[in-house]
Design a protein around this ligand. Structure first.
Ligand SMILES: [Zn+2]
Length: 123
C-alpha cells in the first residue's frame, strides 16, 4: 500500500486518539487500582429530586459514551499497532489487501469488503 496514504491515515488516527482521550478524561476518572482503566464519574448536582434524576440521567449517558469512546480507542490502538507491524491494510480473514477507498473511508477497518459481507450473512 502507498506509504504516503498510510502516513496520512496514521496522522489522522493520532489526532483522533488525542481528542478521544481528552473527551474521556472530561467525564471519567481513573480506577483506583489500575491506571489504564477509567470509569464514568457519578455527577453531583445536589440532593433535590430533580437534581438526582439529572445525575442518574447524565451518569447513564456517560457510561454509554464511555463504552463507545473506549471501543473506538481500542480500534485506533489496534490499527496503529498494525501500521507499526507493517500489517496494515491486510484483511485479517483472507490476508488480501483491503481496498484503499475502504481504508480511507474507514481507516480502522481490518477486513476486506468481501469478508465483511460474508461475516454479516453468517450472523
Ligand atoms: Zn478478506
Amino acid at each position: 500500500m502507498n506509504k504516503k496514504i498510510i502516513d496520512q491515515i496514521k496522522k489522522e488516527l493520532l489526532v483522533r486518539k488525542k481528542q478521544i482521550t481528552k473527551d474521556l478524561q472530561s467525564f471519567t476518572k481513573q480506577d483506583i487500582h489500575e491506571k489504564d482503566v477509567r470509569h464514568a464519574k457519578f455527577p453531583d448536582y445536589g440532593d433535590a429530586y430533580d437534581e438526582s434524576v439529572q445525575e442518574v440521567d447524565d451518569y447513564t449517558t456517560g457510561l454509554a459514551t464511555e463504552e463507545v469512546l473506549e471501543e473506538t480507542l481500542r480500534d485506533i490502538n489496534n490499527t496503529l499497532d498494525r501500521i507499526a507491524n507493517d500489517t496494515y491494510g491486510i484483511c485479517k480473514y483472507c490476508k488480501q489487501p483491503i481496498d484503499e477507498k475502504r481504508l480511507l473511508a474507514r481507516p480502522v477497518a481490518n477486513t476486506c469488503i468481501a469478508c465483511k459481507l460474508k461475516m454479516q450473512k453468517m450472523v
